[in-house]
Design a protein around this ligand. Structure first.
Ligand code: HEC
Length: 102
């Protein structure tokens, strides 16, 4: 009986610890995590070095370009394939975050 109680207390402590740990981390701003998919080729935060620099572009410009890549109108290259992996909402979120980078 007391053994069971001890085990339950242990589990409660672990759960409490995990909850505290999760709260201690500050969540990244919306779009930042998804945009990190772009950093390998466009530089950290889209600021280069790499292929075309994304920082400094407006949100609507980036979104429009992503939609063109996704539609296949901009060829069949790496960006087209990449854009196909995202939903509209995700692309809006990525574009909006990237537009905050100057
Ligand atoms: C594997 C490498 C790679 C990754 C990852 C990548 N890109 Fe690209 N991106 C490219 C290349 C290469 C080009 C140039 C392609 C072309 O002009 O056809 C490009 C071009 C672009 C352009 C057009 C820029 C311009 O000035 O015309 C935009 C916008 C863009 N990428 C956004 C993104 C976003 C947003 C992500 C993340 C969701 C991303 N890319 C991820 C390689 C990559």
């Amino acid at each position: 009986m007391s053994r069971l109680l001890l085990r339950a207390t242990g589990v409660a402590i672990v759960v409490a610890g995990l909850t505290l740990g999760a709260q201690a981390q500050t969540a990244p701003p919306p779009g930042r995590l998804l945009a990190s998919n772009c950093f390998q080729c466009h530089g950290t935060n889209g600021k280069g070095p790499g292929f075309d620099t994304l920082a400094g572009k407006s949100s609507s410009e980036i979104y429009k370009e992503l939609k063109e890549f996704q539609s296949g109108k901009e060829g069949n290259g790496i960006m087209a394939k990449h854009a196909m992996g995202f939903t509209d909402a995700q692309m809006l979120s990525i574009s909006s975050w990237l537009s905050t980078q100057r």
